[in-house]
Design a protein around this ligand. Structure first.
Ligand SMILES: C[S@@+](CC[C@H](N)C(=O)[O-])C[C@H]1O[C@@H](n2cnc3c(N)ncnc32)[C@H](O)[C@@H]1O
Length: 596
């Protein structure tokens, strides 16, 4: 059929409109996509996916990922230069400089990107020796193991520590207790029921060399000590070398990696944290961490401190009025408050400021900014009867209420877990003869702690250890239940370096590497094991329980990082194909030439 002249005229015009339509449509679509990328989370997830692909691509590159891959096939990992002997990759002062000083953000955790991760083994400093064993280490450690005299010089008048020949010794002093923490604790004891079931777990914020926690051990209190990496360096390194529970951290912009409602006591002596500033967010963090009925002790400025009257007034207003704490005492330069056990006072406040949190998960504490709302009590803890804690030895054996409620674990499963750990530890000690119950192990880490069954068993047996129970961020968060058993620990992402100095643990235990290998392709087994090597003391022990296939991979990396190892059958009664890998980190030294 032929076309009319009209049709002929319109055809090219119609074609032009189509082209314009297409151009306009394309531009509109581009604009919409651009808006979506900017204003919705799609952009974030695409960027994250892009970053993952980039990471994976870097991993596939023969000069980078090839490295981790080659370590997994046995490539020997070399020693790092000796200048890295004390490195903490996520607390590197050089990297810190690129972050803002506002609210001390630069002193928080900042981990290196993939391409800057450690690809070598941290050597000990020259003249390093196997640490003094517990309990002697409480009073003295080898000078050459932490040869940082500046802190001793700066704090000599406060009795923190002194160098005596080959040792640093710890007279037990602190800034607020230059004559020793013992007398200071005796003063506190007038108001705080140490030695009763009410006080088992404590947190010492800005701990110095952890002498406060050291003296609380006599009161059967487990104190987690926290301090940042200071200009005089190694407070936490000293604490751990002494055999005291500690990690590197500070109150700045993020929550501490600790669960809510978990500490019976929080202490801060001359830590100079401005608790009432920034809408009270530092004190709100203390409140998140304190168990109902728990005590907060603050000594030093601004308490009765000349020139700090206004600051102290606003602190009292926040703590005693807005947050409903009872003022237990203000004596000299120390103030003690007690957290209420119910919310009756909060609800009757004239102004609901700070407000209660609404859709906040109070136990979510990994890379979470400090909040400005009050943590609610879970129903299961909200009766006064549940505030009373049984003796801590009993708590090791009974199922924590928060585990029952939040994780849906029943008593049967919990008891099974307790029996399992009894069997396992007996096997480690009696059949494998791994030195449990001897001074060989003091600082112990359970890298995948679940309910804290391993630690609970060691405590029940009365082993002279403390255990850092780590709940990986890649598994359900059970850390509050671990604290409810009277144990301590932290959250951690094992694709990153742990907030501790090199050579700080005697024993690392891992029951199943599964959470480590499902880390979203972000890191490899070799990276995790190189980090384990960093934090393990020379001659320290590693125990990994897993399948033969996984342990074959582990063994290859172990060879590459010079661990001596054996693989054993698991103890009788264990179902499945689980085996027990036991390794010792060799005590090697870097070439002397590297030191120059
Ligand atoms: C003067 S020292 C006191 C040490 C110890 N409490 C004593 O009384 O001996 C101050 C401590 O507070 C720490 N610190 C300062 N600001 C901090 C913060 N925002 N969070 C945690 N610790 C902090 C310092 O690193 C140091 O350990």
């Amino acid at each position: 059929m032929g076309t009319t002249p009209q049709e002929k005229r319109h055809k090219p015009l119609g074609g032009q409109w189509k082209l314009l339509d297409i151009i306009a449509f394309t531009m509109m679509a581009a604009l919409i996509i651009l808006f979506m990328l900017i204003f919705t989370s799609l952009g974030d997830s695409l960027a994250a996916a892009g970053q993952r692909d980039l990471d994976a691509a870097v991993r596939a590159d023969p000069t980078s990922s090839g490295f981790w891959g080659q370590v997994e096939t046995g490539l020997l990992v070399e020693s790092c230069p000796i200048r890295l002997a004390d490195i903490m990759p996520c607390h590197d002062p050089k990297r810190a400089r690129s972050f803002t000083k506002e609210r001390n953000n630069y002193r928080e955790r900042h981990c290196p990107p993939l391409e800057e991760k450690l690809r070598c083994l941290i050597p000990p400093p020259p003249d390093y020796q196997i640490p003094v064993r517990w309990p002697d280490s409480l009073q003295k450690i080898w000078f050459n193991n932490t040869p940082h005299n500046k802190i001793a010089e700066l704090k000599s008048d406060q009795g923190w520590m002194v160098q005596e020949g080959d040792y640093f010794v710890f007279p037990g002093g602190g800034t607020m207790f230059p004559d020793g923490a013992e007398g200071y604790v005796q003063q506190l004891e007038k108001y705080i029921p140490f030695g009763t079931n009410a006080i088992r777990t404590a947190l010492d914020i800005g701990c110095g060399v952890a002498s406060f926690g050291a003296f609380l051990l006599n009161k059967e209190v487990l104190t987690m000590s926290v301090a940042p990496r200071d200009s005089h360096k190694a407070q936490i390194q000293f604490a751990l070398e002494r055999g005291l529970p500690a990690f590197v951290g500070m109150l700045a912009t993020q929550r501490l990696p600790l669960p809510s409602l978990s500490f019976d006591l929080i202490h801060c002596s001359r830590c100079l944290v401005p608790f009432a500033a920034f809408n009270g967010s530092y004190f709100i963090e203390i409140d998140r961490l304190l168990r109902p009925g728990g005590y907060f002790v603050l000594s030093g400025p601004p308490v009765n401190f000349p020139g700090k009257e206004k600051e102290y007034e606003s602190l009292q207003e926040l703590v005693a009025e807005k947050m409903c704490y009872k003022v237990v005492v203000t004596a000299d330069k120390t103030a003690i408050w007690r957290k209420p056990t119910s919310t009756s006072c909060h609800v009757s406040r004239e102004k609901q400021v700070p407000p209660f949190c609404t859709d906040d998960d109070p136990d979510n504490a990994w890379n979470v900014p400090l909040g400005e709302c009050i943590t609610r009590l879970p129903k299961i803890l909200a009766t006064s009867e549940s505030m009373e804690q049984p003796d801590w030895r009993k708590r090791l054996e009974i199922i924590p209420k928060r585990l029952l409620e939040a994780q849906n674990v029943d008593s049967l499963e919990f008891e099974k877990d307790t029996r399992r750990w009894r069997r396992r530890v007996r096997y480690y000690k009696e059949t494998l003869k791994l030195g449990f119950g001897t001074p060989q192990y003091r600082n112990v880490m359970d890298m995948n702690a679940l309910y804290g069954g391993f630690a609970a068993n060691l405590m029940t047996r009365g082993d002279p250890v403390w255990v850092m129970n780590v709940v990986p961020t890649s598994v359900p968060n059970t850390l509050s239940a671990i604290y409810d058993r009277g144990l301590i620990g932290v959250l951690h992402d094992w694709c990153e370096a742990f907030s501790t100095y090199p050579r700080t643990y005697d024993l690392l235990h891992v029951a199943s590497l599964q959470p480590f290998t499902t880390l979203d392709r972000r890191c490899s087994l070799a990276e995790v094991m190189i980090e384990m090597d960093r934090i393990l003391r020379p001659e320290g022990t590693v125990i990994i329980r897993d399948t033969p296939t996984m342990l074959a991979r582990v063994s290859k990396v172990a060879k590459a990082i010079q661990w001596k190892y054996d693989i054993f059958d698991s103890e009788p009664g264990t179902a499945g194909r689980e085996r027990v890998f036991v390794a010792t980190k060799q005590f090697w030294r870097a070439e002397v030439v590297e030191a120059q």
